[in-house]
Design a protein around this ligand. Structure first.
Ligand code: C5P
Length: 236
């Protein structure tokens, strides 16, 4: 269900990730498993956290030839993930094949996993995009065009900065999902994120899901921080 806070489980291993989740009693937050935890522990960590009742966004950002991505997505579809992703830069064909693979892997499952795509990483600024990736033009326009490509390929949405969510909704429609990291509580530590906003503002800007890592995982009371984020994101 859109409107949720996804907690980034950026932990080095299973022990730390499960100790963190043990703090939650009744709540079963939607969680994001990224490369660090997945490469450390393998597919079993996905199955174990899923079995505890959490929804899972498996953030592996696949980008390879269409056939390889399709085969990999078939495997991921079998893991019962709720959301996973690829890079738009892999081409429309790669995204279409990724979706086919994911759907094939998830055949017969009650819930269809959502496939979303990364437009430009938030660590890539316009100068780097122009000079290193050799894509000319304005980054905001490229991000919207990339989102349109993901929509054409049949994907459910994109990962983007909350600051881009409005323009993407305008171009791709309200149903097209925006999943946005770069969220901080008002007046809190910024760390290495640069284009950030608060949960409440993200909702106002058109985010369907916000991804929050350190403001929750490193909070003195992570359960309280999670509840606060959910409340603010719901506009309460
Ligand atoms: O700790 P913090 O809230 O900054 O964590 C944000 C999470 O979102 C991290 O797991 C990071 O890898 C991820 N992310 C991001 N920017 C992107 C894509 C993913 O910050 N463009």
């Amino acid at each position: 269900m859109a409107g949720e806070v996804i907690i980034a489980l950026d932990f080095p291993g299973k022990k730390e990730a499960l100790e963190f989740l043990d703090k939650f009693d009744d709540e079963k937050p939607f969680v994001k498993i990224g490369m660090e935890l997945f490469y450390a522990e393998g597919p079993d960590i996905v199955k174990e956290i899923k079995a505890r009742g959490h929804k899972i966004f498996l953030d592996l950002k696949l980008h390879d030839i269409p056939n390889t991505v399709k085969s990999a997505m078939t495997v991921l579809g079998g893991l019962d993930v709720d959301m996973t992703n690829v890079h738009v830069a892999g081409t429309k064909m790669m995204m279409e094949w990724a979706l086919e693979g994911l759907e094939k892997g998830a055949e017969g499952k009650a819930e269809k996993p959502l496939l979303i795509a990364v437009t430009q990483l938030t660590s890539t600024d316009e100068q780097r995009m122009n000079e290193d990736i050799l894509i000319p033009g304005k980054i905001d326009e490229v991000v919207v065009k990339y989102a349109e490509k993901a929509k054409e390929a049949g994907l459910a949405g994109v990962v983007c900065s909350p600051l881009e969510a409005g323009a993407i909704k305008q171009a791709c429609g309200d149903e097209f999902l925006t999943v946005t990291p770069g969220i901080r509580f008002g007046g809190a530590m910024i760390c290495d994120q640069s284009r950030i906003t608060t949960p409440a503002k993200a909702r106002g800007m058109g985010s369907d899901y916000i991804v929050m890592g350190r403001p929750i995982t490193q909070a003195q009371d992570p359960v309280e921080a999670y509840k606060r984020a959910m409340k603010e994101f719901a506009g309460e």
